[in-house]
Design a protein around this ligand. Structure first.
Ligand SMILES: [Zn+2]
Length: 86
């Protein structure tokens, strides 16, 4: 069976689909790709497990812990954007 698109494209669509950012046509193409590609099926399975685990652990955090985590993420993003602009 001819691949609908390449594995790296399939993984990118999978990541977008995880956050509901993929277009319907891309999801359809992803499903068609997954039918014929075992390595991408494994990737999707692992991706879903990871997302579930992260979401359940974030759900258990206190509001203070979430705010502290957000502060660290923002600081890191700012640090990286400063490094890139230099
Ligand atoms: Zn693939």
């Amino acid at each position: 069976m001819k691949q609908i698109f390449k594995c790296d494209e399939a993984c990118a669509i999978c990541d977008k689909a995880q956050y509901n950012e993929a277009r319907f046509i891309d999801k359809l193409r992803l499903i068609l790709h997954l039918i014929s590609c075992k390595s991408c099926r494994d990737y999707v399975r692992n991706n879903r497990k990871l997302t579930k685990k992260v979401q359940s652990e974030i759900g258990e955090l206190t509001p203070d812990a979430k705010a502290e985590m957000q502060r660290k993420i923002d600081a890191e993003i700012n640090r990286n954007s400063r490094l890139q602009s230099n």
